[in-house]
Design a protein around this ligand. Structure first.
Ligand SMILES: O=c1[nH]cnc2c1ncn2[C@H]1C[C@H](O)[C@@H](CO)O1
Ligand SMILES: [Zn+2]
Length: 333
């Protein structure tokens, strides 16, 4: 299968992990922001987590440089536009982009200005390219419960206007879901959909709790349900969708190598899997590359890919008209 030309859907992509290195250098030069280097190859080395990276916490260190240049309305809009442009150019037809608004307030932007800027970039790209998008607001698990309430409250006005869901991200500790029950319940009450990063660092039980306590309809990664029978069963029975990201999963050591990835076993056992990049820059990847990896490692057939494409459409937080249009692309696979 030639994945460059095949239609693709991406449900799990972080804005700050997907900034073009050229854009970081360009903004930093114009705004006098200091960087370790202005040489693209050197900056790429700082941004890209190697495949032999040790852990999620090591991987997360790569996000400090991009966030230096994501502190103004213009820059956020540009970075959002460019991400949708990059995806459209490899035939991603629909993409949900997530980011943590509270990481972009360092130079005085309000949460509302931050969200609005990212939506504007997405809308401009939708006008120019054959792609549709939606935004997921991430709350940092490393921040307070109050900060999660703040994101939920301030993002509410954008529901139905580009924002569709809430997420919890960053370093993963055992039992983190318990701390965030209230803000996530409030988000559900307001009409946010819920996807939660869980089961990425060895703790399958976090997936069970994300589903039972937080009402997660989708799970970011969820690799470690493989070692937790209760989590595995609830994901399978409730058809909770896993947003898997093969390269990122090797980098964070959710798996040691691609051939150890459980994606294909999950798929064959009736679990709803999807393929995603997580972070195009930090993971040095694209949707085409991620699909190629799954295809090469596990001899994925066209029928398998059709099923995965359908899983992504059905699990997306898009409106019904968009979903119907995306289903129409199945004929091209
Ligand atoms: O794979 C991930 N797991 C947990 N947190 C992540 C992952 N990729 C990115 N993040 C964090 C770092 C970013 O600064 C934040 C918001 O996009 O989300
Ligand atoms: Zn992620």
């Amino acid at each position: 299968m030639n994945f460059t030309i095949l239609p693709k859907i991406e449900l799990h992509c972080h804005l700050d992990g997907s900034v073009r290195p050229e854009t970081i250098i360009d903004i930093a030069k114009r705004e006098g922001i200091s960087l370790p280097s202005f040489d693209k190859e050197i900056i790429k080395e700082e941004l890209i987590a190697p495949l032999d990276c040790d852990s999620l916490d090591e991987y997360l260190k790569r996000f400090s440089i991009p966030n230096l240049v994501m502190q103004s309305k213009e820059n956020l809009k540009r970075i959002s536009f460019e991400l949708f442009e990059d995806a459209a150019k490899e035939n991603v037809k629909y993409m949900e982009v997530r980011f943590a608004p509270l990481l972009h307030t360092r130079k005085g932007l309000t949460v509302e200005e931050i969200i609005q800027s990212v939506i504007e970039g997405m809308r401009e790209a939708e006008e120019e390219f054959d792609i549709k998008g939606n935004i997921i607001l991430s709350c940092m698990r490393t921040m307070s419960v109050e900060s999660a309430f703040e994101v939920v409250e301030k993002g509410k006005a954008f529901l139905g206007k580009g924002v569709v869901a809430i997420d919890l991200c960053a370093s993963e500790e055992e039992g983190f879901c318990g701390k965030f029950i209230e803000p996530i319940a409030l988000a559900r009450e307001y009409g946010y959909k819920v996807t939660i990063h869980a089961g990425e660092t060895g703790i399958g039980k976090n997936v069970l709790e994300a589903v039972e306590w937080l009402g997660a309809e989708r799970i970011g990664h969820g690799v470690f349900i493989k070692d937790c029978e209760e989590a595995y069963q609830i994901v399978k029975e409730k058809q909770v969708v896993l947003e898997l990201c093969p390269t990122s999963n090797v980098q964070t050591k959710a798996v040691n190598q691609f051939s150890d990835h459980p994606i294909y076993d999950f798929h064959k056992d009736g679990i709803k899997v999807t393929v995603n990049t997580d972070n195009r820059t930090v993971s040095d990847t694209t949707m085409t590359k991620e699909c190629d990896i799954v295809s090469n490692e596990f001899a994925m057939s066209a029928e398998d890919y059709k099923q995965i494409y359908m899983n992504s459409v059905k699990a997306s937080f898009a409106d019904e008209a968009t979903k119907e249009k995306l289903m129409g692309n199945l004929m091209d696979i």
